[in-house]
Design a protein around this ligand. Structure first.
Ligand code: EPZ
Length: 431
């Protein structure tokens, strides 16, 4: 089984190029099939989730050409199947974006019902509420969810909870509906805005993305386009927090600093120094003592839930007691038990982690329960004394392009190994 093995204790210093945003790219690939002309997407992250989504649209008949690992030319004119196979939803929940895009274009779609995952139940009730409001019949049963409509007619939709997925899925279902749709209490994440900008570049008429009221004028046709995906603010944040935890200095390049405001603000509260450029942010934690603080995850522009594990790892090394409150997902502290095996002192009560800072972590063999927790445990291993191995790295590879290469680029002693021999070789080399 593939593992990451690392030797901690070295401050990470240098700069790292940030890839395209996974959570924008997944929805953009799904939306690209809504045109019958060539859609040329660049700055795609080369991560497993994107590979799976591209496979899923090929499977239903779309043409996909890959000029290079960061781009794709998609043409939806040859789609001949509106049922997305279970294997894709099993691999990535975001395949459910094909429900919105195929329903919006063909007035019909069926995907397997995504199960829960490690961080929570993750229901789809708001997605289906939107589809039904637009006039679709939605059936759930036998592990499938199907939507069908004679006509999709614009309407007002109020989202009871702020949901990134539901906002994006309903937006796609509404862009070719008849008349006007408004989505109230919409998610404002940068990737929601990116998907709206992408659809508008195809001829959609969407206004207000990035606010809590998105207004859509249905159009009959979406034409081809060329579009570049925004940078990944969670990948950027992950490297910024690695600098903090290892008392290093890292510059994340090709970012949009505005998307990182909450992530950066918490590093400032923790005592780090921050310098911002037009498309870069430098985090320095050299010779500083990390300070405790309080964090609550919230929908954008609040502190992102996808940075919650990385925040806990940094505060676990602060000089005092901090709290991290997870308000988005009901089960996103599973990694804490693994972090405590590395010497952290974190107690979870309901949805609050109470973190008593320690002087240092100690290396251990740990397990990655999900994507962001896995990345956070790697950060802990790079800060720890001694050797750490992280198992189950398939989660991490879903969302981080060239993770070990980028970390080695800022001085980390880390390798991906796939057997005992390779593990022993790394241990020998670093001893
Ligand atoms: C997206 O998930 C991201 N995934 C998640 O990132 C991210 O954590 C999340 O948004 C929040 O920012 C992708 O974009 C592929 P939500 P999504 O709908 O859309 C509840 C990562 O690490 N809800 O905004 O599924 C839900 O249970 C992943 O990259 C309903 O109740 O998240 C949650 O409590 C992890 N009913 C809250 O809303 C619904 O119909 C927010 O979920 C939908 C959601």
């Amino acid at each position: 089984m593939e593992q990451y093995v690392m030797k901690g204790g070295t401050p990470l210093i240098g700069s790292v190029n940030i890839s395209g945003a996974k959570n924008a790219a997944l929805a953009i690939v799904a939306a690209a099939v809504m045109s019958d002309e060539d859609v040329y997407i660049t700055n795609l992250p080369d991560v497993n989730d994107i590979h799976v989504m591209l496979e899923a649209i090929k499977e239903i008949g779309a043409k996909v050409v890959r000029p290079d690992r960061h781009s794709a030319i998609i043409n939806g004119s040859t789609i001949d199947n509106l049922v997305v196979d279970y294997e894709f939803i099993k691999k990535i929940r975001a395949s459910y974006y094909l429900l919105g895009s195929l329903l919006g274009k063909y007035k019909q779609a069926e995907v397997a019902l995504p199960g829960g995952c490690d961080i929570g139940a993750r229901p789809m009730d708001l997605h289906t509420k939107g589809f039904k409001a637009l006039g679709a019949t939605v059936d759930e049963g036998y592990g499938l969810i199907s939507a069908k409509a004679d006509r999709l007619v614009g309407t007002h939709i109020y989202l009871d909870k702020v949901s990134v997925g539901a906002t994006i899925n309903i937006m796609m279902a509404a862009v070719m509906a008849e008349g006007r749709t408004s989505i109230e209490n919409a998610a404002k994440e940068p990737h929601v805005v990116d998907v709206a900008n992408f659809l508008n570049s195809m001829g959609a008429e969407i206004k207000g993305a990035g606010t809590d009221l998105i207004r859509i004028n249905g159009v009959d046709h979406l034409h081809g386009t060329e579009y570049s995906v925004i940078p990944d603010q969670i990948e950027a944040g992950t490297f910024m927090y690695a600098a903090a935890a290892t008392h290093g200095e890292i510059t994340v390049m090709n970012v949009i600093p505005k998307h990182l405001e909450a992530t950066t603000a918490k590093l400032l509260e923790a005592g780090c120094r921050i310098a911002e450029g037009d498309d870069l942010v430098t985090v320095s934690a050299k010779d500083i003592e990390l300070q405790p603080t309080q964090v609550t995850t919230l929908p954008y522009p609040g502190f992102p839930t996808d940075m919650q594990p990385q925040m806990t790892v940094v505060l676990g090394l602060a000089n005092g007691v901090s709290t991290v409150t997870e308000s988005i997902f009901e089960n996103r502290f599973k990694y804490v038990a693994e972090l405590n095996r590395m010497g952290a002192k974190v107690k979870v009560e309901s949805n609050i982690a109470i973190i008593t800072g320690v002087d240092h972590y100690t290396g251990a063999r740990v397990d990655a329960p999900d994507l962001r927790a896995g990345a956070a445990l790697v950060i802990a291993g790079l800060a720890a004394d001694g050797l750490t191995t992280v198992d189950d790295i398939k989660y991490i590879q879903r969302g981080y392009e060239d993770f070990t290469e980028k970390l080695r680029g800022v001085g980390a002693s880390i390798e991906k190994v796939d057997d005992e021999r390779a593990l022993k070789k790394f241990v020998f080399q670093v001893s």
